[in-house]
Design a protein around this ligand. Structure first.
Ligand code: PNS
Length: 167
């Protein structure tokens, strides 16, 4: 039987994308025929640091070297988006054991809603402590986030820092 090209969806807030996210995307790109990096439009997170456009543009710059990866966004249920895209799997990164607790029930719910499995990639050890929320905290307290985010993200953050200083 000819194996089908697998379409994977990697969903997230990506506020901002980190080196850990990019590592998962690159490894997923090696494992699946096509990867859709899907930025959630999440009304529950009321004060994102970056607009949807900024997040999508940063991600596009980060994945420009990966031909079978595209960046998109979705509203509402991930399970509905997965079905609409005719995706085969959801991909998530797992950093620490505490991630597993929420991810397990989320994966089961998504499977129940869409009949699509979630496949987990263990975070590279270099990035297991790196999260978007910690990156933002370090940034707003004046720390150097260069080791934790891809170059295109760093330049957007540097521009924001300059704008904040001038405000
Ligand atoms: O990067 P994040 O914030 O950890 O990503 C969370 C995300 C986007 C994967 C999750 O919030 C999500 O799937 N949101 C869509 C709404 C949804 O489907 N909720 C039910 C999940 S079972």
């Amino acid at each position: 039987m000819k194996p089908r090209v697998t379409r994977a969806i990697y969903p997230g807030s990506f506020d901002p994308p980190t080196n850990g996210h990019l590592d998962v995307i690159e490894r997923a790109a090696g494992a699946f025929g096509e990867v859709i990096v899907a930025v959630v439009v999440n009304p529950q997170k009321r004060n994102p640091m970056f607009t949807l456009d900024e997040r999508e543009n940063m991600l596009r710059a980060c994945v420009a070297h990966l031909p079978h990866v595209r960046v998109a966004h979705f509203r509402g249920l991930l399970a509905d988006y997965v079905r609409a895209q005719d995706a085969d799997v959801i991909v998530k990164g797992l950093r620490v054991v505490s991630d597993f607790e929420t991810e397990m029930s989320t994966a089961l719910m998504n499977r129940s809603l869409s009949n699509v499995d979630t496949l987990f990639l263990m975070s590279d050890a270099r990035y297991s402590f790196v999260s978007s929320s910690l990156v933002k905290e370090v940034f707003f307290l004046g720390g150097d986030v260069a080791p934790f985010v891809p170059g295109p993200v760093l330049s957007v953050m540097s521009t924001k820092r300059t704008a904040l200083k001038q405000a």
